[in-house]
Design a protein around this ligand. Structure first.
Ligand code: URA
Length: 243
């Protein structure tokens, strides 16, 4: 790896904002190997050099991976003039360069991966890869075994082709039914349009998994955490990327 600005690393790793970095440099709290560094535009080589803030070593990670429990009421975008976005739920100052992998509707909640790993983002969204995405939904109307069969066979939702086979599991059938749906595609409003095509309405939608990645049961809506090394590896491997 080549030389990279220290303030960029510290802000990307959520250790200090660019303006906080200035103060750290000025007060002599930043060290590369054995030398104190005072210039706020200083660079270092993460592969050769050791970077310290006070006596704490900073291990640079080029890519960041966050799991957000997206709450309803925000849009899946990096910025928006009028609406709250999913990026507003990440820790302050680390949003730069990160983007959500795929899109959940404003009223949909659940698992959203946010990363600056472009290769993984691209692989997970590529139509040829058929990554499983599982949702829990509340449906107005009684979901029956007939609905399960129709979902398995594919549904005409106004696209060039019917939807790919989807796995519909009935968790509770009634005037309002609870289901789990697994799809391998990511068409616009896909789940809502599939139910609409069979005369039903989605009242609530929550994504609980994407490929091997599962929504952390300890997260509450609006909370996020970094992925573990194991989760990153599993995701990459699931896409044939080096993990
Ligand atoms: N399908 C939908 O209809 N909405 C979502 O947000 C995700 C999948």
């Amino acid at each position: 790896m080549t030389q990279i600005r220290i303030d960029k690393v510290l802000s990307q790793m959520n250790i200090a904002s660019r303006s906080e970095c200035k103060k750290l440099f000025q007060s002599g709290r930043i060290r590369v190997n054995d030398s104190c560094v005072r210039s706020s535009s200083a660079k270092y080589d993460p592969q050769k050099d050791r970077l310290y803030v006070d006596d704490r070593q900073v291990i640079y990670q080029e890519y960041q991976y966050y799991m957000l429990y997206k709450p309803a009421g925000c849009v899946t975008a990096t910025k928006d003039l009028h609406e709250k976005t999913v990026m507003d739920y990440l820790p302050q100052g680390i949003q730069r360069g990160l983007s959500p992998v795929g899109r959940l509707d404003k009223d949909t909640e659940g698992l959203l991966l946010i990363t600056n790993d472009g290769a993984l983002n691209h692989a997970l969204l590529s139509p040829g890869r058929h990554v499983d995405k599982t949702y829990i939904a509340a449906i107005q109307g009684t979901v029956t075994e007939d609905t399960v069969r129709i979902f398995r066979e594919g549904i005409e939702i106004g696209e060039k082709k019917p939807t790919a086979p989807a796995l519909l599991e009935i968790l509770n059938a009634g005037a309002v039914s609870e289901v789990a749906v697994t799809v391998t595609e990511g068409k616009f409003h896909q789940i809502k349009r599939m139910f609409q095509a069979v005369g039903m309405k989605v009242l609530f939608l929550k994504r609980i998994s994407m490929g091997p990645l599962k929504l952390d049961a300890f997260l509450k809506p609006g909370e996020c955490r970094e992925l573990t090394q194991k989760e990153i590896q599993e995701l990459k491997r699931s896409q044939g990327l080096e993990g």
